[in-house]
Design a protein around this ligand. Structure first.
Ligand code: GLU
Length: 500
């Protein structure tokens, strides 16, 4: 078998959406499974839709996920350049070949003329029927064509779709797919400025870059008929095609869109972006507290199944078990709770120090300048209690500063002012002791004085952290330190007493 070469071919028309990440992931997994090559190709021929910074965003996102291309802009390779805008000359000769062979033609219709056609007929298509009455090199006399070409205005090269044919191909996921050629439009393949459109550039590059498998979103399925025709016109063997199912909204109705993040209140992009445009201003999975390996595991199962009920997979495991035939045909519903569940699992199993480095920026942003070792210990205590890494900081503020408020309701119900002297004594003893004595100090004191531990532990917890919820109390005190714990208890008790 030819060595596998696959490509992820995003257009830099905006930040990479989570659906694009899944496409990249499946390409990556397929390449690695067969020890093949994963290529990043930037499809930036449509200069009107080009968004500055989008390419860097795509690459930064792939880096965050660890889906590193073997070839691509910034990654090198022998089939470059990997940015289509740098390959303009290459496409022109292929467009010329299609023209010379009669498989493409010049069209001279102005945008206004085409607009008028669309207005008078909503279903208007530039196709094998309408081209017979439109302004193109098939209908105009050769002298007129020459004249218009010399004038150089409104020239487009269109693919000449044959009439009355069934165009069929095999899709690895959907099986046999066919389209009637009369339903297909004569797509523009080269524009007046000599720039190719997606269709021409895409197949020329897939051919020249020796792509063996095209794995891409379902929305490209109808275009594949055009692509298959072009392969035939060039006399090239097409690659194998796999069109991935849609990712659906949480409601299961319709495709998950870029705007759904803001609408449903969860991230749909990997990395955050700050922008003056509201639509381009969002928090990505990373800043929302997701680990890249958790998002990948979640995405892997969004449209693919291993064929058993295993859910947790490392990236190398996925590379081993991934296969195209287990990709589902129907859309996969995006379930943020499932994503959080994966994230929780990955957080629990993460190394404390690694987690500490993940949340370090967030801690610093909040003004918590602690050592990485201290942060690692906080992570160790908090990690079983969170779904997202940012909750380690937001839920563990008491590790960095005394509580600003207390759970008064619980204090009113459970605190006994007559115990205040005991709390103060416990505080004193903790302050004078060592950290590994804390547990013994509390338990010993309570026992010796014939008191009930259940009346003390919850109150101590509130004194220390402000609330009833939190990680192991003794461990938390040991981390916060004897002196600080003692001071917090003393101050809190004074406050509690005033509530009565
Ligand atoms: N440039 C296309 C996109 O933005 C790529 C489609 C394909 O993979 O052929 O999705």
């Amino acid at each position: 078998m030819k060595s596998v070469r696959v490509r992820f071919a995003p257009s830099p028309t905006g930040p990479l959406h989570i659906g694009g990440v899944r496409t990249a992931l499946y390409n990556y997994l397929f390449a690695k499974k067969f020890k093949g090559t994963f290529i990043l190709r930037i499809e930036d021929t449509d200069q009107n839709r080009y968004v500055p910074g989008a390419e860097a965003y795509i690459i930064d996102s792939l880096r965050w996920f660890g889906l590193l291309p073997d070839e691509g802009p910034e990654f090198g390779g022998e089939y470059g350049p990997y940015r289509q805008s740098e390959r303009k000359e290459i496409y022109k000769q292929y467009g010329d070949k299609l023209l010379a062979d009669g498989n493409a033609y010049y069209a001279f219709d102005t945008p206004e003329e085409l607009e008028m056609m669309r207005e008078s007929d909503q279903t208007f298509k530039y196709d094998s029927k309408s081209r017979k009455v439109l302004k193109n090199s098939l209908t105009l006399p050769p002298e007129k064509v020459k004249e218009l070409l010399e004038k150089g205005e409104n020239i487009a090269v269109r693919l000449k779709i044959p009439e009355n044919e069934i165009i069929s191909f095999n899709d690895e996921i959907r099986g046999h797919v066919s389209f009637e050629s009369n339903e297909l439009d004569d797509k523009v393949i080269l524009k007046g400025d000599g720039m190719p459109t997606y269709h021409l550039a895409n197949i020329v590059d897939d051919h020249l870059m020796e792509i063996t498998h095209v794995i891409r979103g379902e929305e490209w399925l109808p275009s594949t008929a055009h692509h298959v025709l072009m392969y035939r016109f060039f006399g090239w063997t097409p690659p194998s095609f796999s069109h991935l199912p849609l990712i659906l909204k949480p409601t299961g109705q319709g495709k998950l869109s870029k705007r759904d993040g803001a609408k449903f209140g969860f991230p749909v992009f990997p990395l955050s972006r700050d922008s003056d445009h509201e639509e381009d201003n969002f928090t990505g999975f990373k800043d929302d507290g997701f680990l890249p390996e958790a998002v990948l595991n979640f995405l892997a199962l969004l449209g693919w199944s291993p064929g058993n009920d295993q859910e947790m997979f490392t990236l190398p495991e996925l590379c081993e078990v991934f296969s195209l035939d287990k990709i589902t045909k129907s859309g996969a519903r995006f379930d943020i709770d499932k994503a959080k569940w994966f994230n929780q699992q990955y957080i629990i199993h993460s190394d404390n120090l690694k987690l500490a480095y993940t949340v370090q920026d967030k801690a610093i942003d909040e003004g918590y300048n602690v050592s990485i070792e201290y942060l690692a210990d906080v992570c160790g205590l908090m990690k079983e209690r969170v779904h997202k890494t940012d909750e380690i900081i937001s839920g563990g503020r008491f590790f960095f500063e005394p509580p600003h408020a207390f759970d008064d309701e619980t204090i009113k119900k459970r605190y006994k002012p007559e115990n205040s002297k005991h709390f103060l004594k416990i505080a004193d003893q903790i302050g004078a002791g060592e950290k590994n004595e804390i547990e013994q100090i509390i338990k010993g004191y309570v026992q010796e004085n014939g008191l009930k531990l259940g009346e003390f532990m919850p109150i101590l917890r509130i004194a220390l952290s402000g609330s009833m919820q939190g990680p192991d109390l003794i461990q938390s005190m040991m981390l916060i330190g004897n002196k600080e714990s003692s001071e917090r208890i003393t101050l809190a008790v004074a406050y509690f007493d005033k509530l009565f």
